[in-house]
Design a protein around this ligand. Structure first.
Ligand code: UDP
Ligand code: MG
Length: 308
């Protein structure tokens, strides 16, 4: 059997409207490389007719491999499955909505041939995203890179090229929490970059609500930084020092000027403030504890119903 050079991994979740466009765009690019390739289509528990439509394409292109999940496990799980099942000398995850242009693969391959082990695709222009999405994304990268030791390259999605070496390393990471961007940044390696303009979706709509993005951000931060856990310690120290000073002052005043029963406003403010701080601290500990709990169960990341 000939050795496969390129493995392309495409996650699909309710993407029946986008299937035609992605294959029409990506297959000619892959053929142009003159290298052997496989396309792993991860059907992440779609409820529409994504699975049936993929099978139609499989008949046309034998290089396709369809992996049907038993239910929806999320994009990061789909990517993990793609990495696990790929056999190519390099692996390229790409979204199915053509927001990442497939022609870029040619440029990535060039960098790879020149020795890069990871080739990042950087969006130099995100003007097709909404202003809220752009600002929140920027804020996230700022906070993340401030809190975490490992720099997360800004405006880089999952679209990138990974050498077999890198894929094999990532496969050894046993954690359930798959913040792929972070895992990839963590693994290091010689990195090249190509730039592109982020496109509008070819069809269908984004699966990301702001609530989902918020949770994703928390996931990312808690899995790569424990700085939030230390915040309450330092806040506690500051509070204690402050209360000592204040306490001595009140004691001193009482001794000199006698008892003074005023101060209801400051009392209630202090109680509410401290209550709030304590609850937030407990919440932060809970976030981490919950993740330890989930990790400790060691459940599978994804469940495959069938591979076609
Ligand atoms: N996706 C998936 N499982 C999910 C959500 C999304 O496999 O639970 C896939 C989706 O089909 C697409 C890719 O992940 O190929 C990116 O999704 P989307 O376009 O919604 O994200 P965005 O581009 O808005 O970040
Ligand atoms: Mg998209």
């Amino acid at each position: 059997m000939e050795k496969i050079e390129i493995s392309v991994v495409i996650p699909f979740y309710n993407e029946a409207d986008a299937i035609d466009a992605i294959f029409k765009a990506i297959i000619p690019v892959l053929k142009r490389t003159k290298l052997s390739f496989e396309v792993l289509c991860i059907n992440d528990g779609s409820k529409d007719d994504t699975a049936e439509r993929l099978i139609v394409y499989k008949e046309k292109y034998p290089q396709l491999k369809i992996i049907n999940f038993s239910r929806n496990f999320g994009k990061d799980a789909a990517l993990s499955a793609g990495l696990d099942l790929s056999v190519g000398k390099c692996v390229i995850p790409i979204d199915c909505d053509l927001q990442d242009p497939p022609e870029l693969i040619l440029e990535m391959l060039k960098k790879w041939k020149n020795g890069a082990e990871v080739v990042l695709a950087k969006r130099f222009d995100r003007s097709c995203d909404t202003i809220i999405k752009r600002t929140t994304a920027k804020l996230f990268y700022k906070i993340y890179n401030y809190l975490s030791d490992i720099e997360l390259p800004e405006n880089v999605g999952d679209f990138r090229l990974l050498d077999r070496k890198v894929v094999d390393v990532i496969k050894t990471f046993s954690e359930r929490n798959r913040f792929m961007k972070g895992l990839l940044a963590f693994s290091g390696f010689r990195t090249g970059t190509v730039e592109y303009q982020r496109q509008k979706r070819s069809g269908g709509k984004s699966k990301w609500s702001y609530w989902k993005l918020w949770n994703y951000a928390i996931e990312g931060i808690t899995s790569f930084s424990i700085v939030p856990l230390k915040v309450s310690t330092y806040l506690g120290i500051i509070m204690t020092l402050f209360s000592f000073i204040r306490g001595f002052w009140i004691l001193f005043r009482t001794v000199i000027f006698g008892i003074d029963v005023q101060g209801y406003a400051s009392l209630i403010t202090a109680i509410l403030f401290l209550g709030g701080v304590q609850l937030i601290s407990l919440g932060i500990i809970g976030e981490y504890l919950g993740r330890v709990y989930i990790e400790s169960k060691q459940r599978p990341l994804y469940i495959i119903r069938e591979i076609i």
